[in-house]
Design a protein around this ligand. Structure first.
Ligand code: NAD
Length: 478
């Protein structure tokens, strides 16, 4: 992929003005690209282009915007293999799953296109005679979209599709860790002329470019997926202009495995929720609270599943690729070592795969038992293929430990006790709760974090309406 077209401003491609950032294949540790960063002037011009293009884009008939989204989805699917290869290479994701990412992006575009005729206003009764009050939904304006590295194409589309269908224009800043699939997708969109110039702009770079976007007075909304600490910085920067923020941040999902749970179902679900995408999913189960009556049985089943998962080159028929980069590798391997030093028992997994060459950021699906609330593993978001198991004896203990975090994204409950499940869904302080099933959101649902897992939420009706604001209009005809 060429990296001389990484900045798109008002329909014209430019090279980034600042030094490049390397993109490394995590399976081989080979540098696969160097992506130049946008300069300050380029960031400003991209925002100005988005602001200039916005009124005409918002004035377009909504069904025309929907047609554009569908055309983009079809284009992505025509290039599914090329995009999947990029995702697989830069994230280290098995190719078959990267293909699914592209297909999911196209489905998402089609779903969001269907909102063209569904954004409705309201008419409310007036106090005055011969007066009508209309509550109209209007776009927010210029939206800056900042993404994380674990689903590079999907996170871009998850923001772009609802922002565009509702008449906003965009400046996208993909993650500097895995920017290639997003850049290539925007090149394809630009080459296909699916959108008027200035509607979708692209700037590349790291946190500095993100910060410049977040503090710019012409940016009306920053929609970001990433780490909690970055979310706080963005919110502080946005405060200068009172720009809106939508932040989809990290989590530390608890999973309660109650004594009456279907243990095979629970073990399948937790194996997926802990190890999918090499544990690099915001909804990953990071604290597994298992009732003492079924603890040993559950651990045995989970370890069996973990050992059956194939780890290896993303180009082979495997379940898990490597971790995304050296930083993540160090963080995860240190977390495993520290957990053992603090009294945790490694039941399977650990770093390295003996059958693979020395290069690459490999960590096998890891199950650690004897984890306690005092241990670091309990307290942090590890974002790796680790299933930490905590033994619990009562419902109150389970809920207390589950809620012992400032994160509030996802929780899981496995039980067939209807009363317990209903209590738990009321008492767990999380935005998304999966009962007797693994993670995986529906695009018509609402993926939302409470507390320090963010604000805003994505998907479905609420995910699209957040890119609108209400304008009240009083019509007097007395
Ligand atoms: P990160 O916060 O390091 O980076 C995210 C983006 O923010 C990048 O594009 C980065 O360049 C940018 N950025 C960094 N500093 C910035 C600043 N000061 N101002 C503006 N932008 C700045 O996160 P990451 O490591 O890429 O992603 C991993 C995190 O994302 C995890 O915590 C994970 O749980 C979370 N995540 C959440 C969801 C969700 O939907 N809630 C989905 C995927 C990932």
């Amino acid at each position: 992929m060429t990296t001389d077209r990484t900045i798109l401003i008002n329909g014209v491609w430019e090279a980034g003005a600042e030094a490049g950032l390397p993109v490394v294949d995590p399976a081989t540790e080979i540098e696969i690209a160097v992506v130049p960063s946008a300069g300050h002037d380029q960031v400003s011009r991209a925002i100005e282009a988005a602001a200039a293009a916005q009124p005409a884009w918002a004035a377009l008939e909504p069904w025309r915007r929907a047609d554009a989204l569908r055309a983009i989805g079809a284009c992505l699917m025509r290039h599914q293999e090329e995009l999947a290869a990029l995702i697989s290479r830069e994230v280290g994701k098995p190719l078959r799953k990267a293909r699914e990412d592209v297909a999911n992006a196209a489905i998402y575009l089609d779903y969001m296109a269907q909102w063209d005729r569904r954004i409705e206003g309201e008419i409310v009764p007036a106090d005055n005679r011969n007066e009508t009050i209309l509550l109209n939904r209007v776009p927010i304006g210029v939206v800056a979209a900042i993404t994380a590295w674990n689903y590079p194409l999907d996170l871009f589309i998850r923001k772009a599709a609802p922002a565009l269908i509702t008449g906003n224009t965009l400046v996208v800043k993909p993650t500097e860790v895995t920017p290639l699939a997003c850049i290539r997708a925007i090149q394809l969109i630009s080459d296909g002329n699916y959108l008027p110039a200035g509607v979708l702009n692209l700037v590349t770079g790291g946190g500095g470019v993100g910060a410049a976007l977040s503090s710019h007075p012409l940016v009306n909304m920053i929609t970001m997926t990433g780490h909690r600490d970055t979310g706080k910085k963005i919110m502080a920067a946005a405060a200068a202009n009172l720009s809106r923020v939508a932040l989809e941040l990290g989590g530390s999902a608890p999973a309660i495995i109650w004594k009456d749970a279907d243990l095979d179902l629970a073990a399948d679900a937790i194996a997926f929720a802990s190890f999918e995408n090499t544990g690099q999913v915001c909804t990953s189960s990071e604290r597994i609270l298992v009732h003492e009556d079924v603890h040993d049985d559950f651990v045995e089943r989970l370890v069996g599943r973990a050992n059956r998962l194939r780890v290896g080159s993303p180009l082979d028929d495997v379940d898990l690729g490597p971790l995304v980069n050296r930083i993540q590798f160090r963080k995860v391997t240190e977390a495993i070592a520290l957990a053992q030093a603090e009294g945790g028992r490694l039941r399977c997994g650990g770093h390295g795969v003996p059958s693979l060459p020395g290069k690459g950021y490999w960590v096998r699906p890891t199950v650690i038992t004897d984890v306690t609330p005092e241990m670091s593993l309990f307290k942090q978001e590890t974002f790796g293929p680790i299933a930490p198991i905590i033994r619990i004896a009562s419902y109150d203990e389970a809920i207390g430990l589950a809620n012992a975090t400032r994160y509030g994204l996802t929780a899981f409950v496995f039980s067939n006790d209807y009363r317990l499940v209903m209590r738990a869904q009321n008492e767990l302080r999380f935005g998304e709760i999966f009962i007797n099933r693994s993670m995986g959101e529906a695009l018509q649902g609402f993926h939302t974090g409470h507390m320090e897992s963010g604000m805003g939420g994505e998907d479905g009706k609420h995910g699209v309406l957040k890119y609108t604001q209400i304008r009240s209009v009083y019509h007097s005809y007395a």
